[in-house]
Design a protein around this ligand. Structure first.
Ligand code: SAM
Length: 254
């Protein structure tokens, strides 16, 4: 038997067709966006940061550029500062500390010449942003922070991206992390006035360390330390920088 439906006028039929089509059109338009933009509305800002502040200034290591494109920097700063997260400058993270300028994070990471699987120590977890960038390149990242509330906040944030809790430590990074040594690479994100001997000790032969060196009131320089196969140390000075001081045992005793 033939199905019997009331006849509709043509304009009614078009209206019905459009009502059904509308959600489909939205879905198709959404699919036209790059995947990253659909889940992260700040992906465009971040890609722009990488192109204009980092790649344009000479950072070419693909692992570093990709890591900087992937880590959502805005999640590592307070909500009221998130709109500035991709600007070309450091931002306050509380307790007199800062999250470094994106270019400096990228430059220091590039200087580490990190390969997947290598073991790296970060001294000065701060917000956890640099930690997350390193963790995009190798799963063997260890990080130490001396200020307890910053350690707690960074730990919470890093746990949300699956970073292992026991790779984050509260303590004095001047002394390194002896139980986890030796390291292929060490990055120090606060400035001592000399290269910390315990960190040189914990570097593997063939290892690299990047550290800003200088007193806080004077010009500091970013220094790359390389330990050769015989354990001899070679240093290279890159550029003048401004970092917060490394505290703890790095400070002279009175
Ligand atoms: N890497 C951080 C980031 O991505 O947010 C930036 C860190 S901020 C420039 C320097 C950090 O080093 C601060 O959080 C500070 O508390 C920490 N710090 C200073 N002296 C330290 C020490 N002796 N051991 C461990 N952390 C230290």
């Amino acid at each position: 038997m033939k199905e019997c439906r009331p006849r509709r006028r043509r304009s009614q039929q078009i209206g019905i067709a459009l009502r059904h089509a509308a959600p489909l059109l939205v879905a198709v338009a959404d699919l036209a966006l790059p995947a990253a933009n659909r889940v992260d509305p700040r992906a465009t800002e971040r890609n722009q940061m990488v192109e204009e502040q980092i790649h344009a200034r000479g950072i070419t290591n693909k692992l570093v550029l990709e890591a900087m494109r992937r880590v959502p920097r805005h999640n590592f700063v307070a909500p009221h500062l998130q709109s500035q997260a991709y600007n070309d400058h450091p931002l306050p993270i509380g307790h007199g500390q800062t999250i470094s300028q994106p270019y400096i994070v990228a430059l220091m990471t590039e200087m580490l010449d990190l390969k997947p699987g290598e073991r790296v120590l970060e001294v000065g977890t701060g917000s956890g942003y640099q930690t997350a960038v390193l963790a995009e390149i190798t799963t063997n990242v260890y990080t130490i922070e001396i200020v307890k509330p910053l350690y707690e906040l960074a730990l919470k944030q890093l746990k949300t991206v699956g970073f292992p809790e026991d790779h984050v430590r509260l303590g004095d990074g001047y002394l390194g992390w002896e139980e986890k040594a030796p390291f292929d690479a060490i990055i120090v994100t606060a400035a001592p006035d000399h290269i910390p001997p315990p960190l040189v000790e914990q570097l593997k032969p063939g290892g690299r360390m990047v550290v800003p060196v200088g007193r806080s009131q004077e010009t500091q320089h970013l220094v790359v330390v390389e330990k050769d196969a015989d354990g001899h140390m070679k240093t290279r000075t890159l550029l003048p920088v401004r970092f917060v001081p490394l505290t703890g045992d790095a400070q002279p005793k009175n």
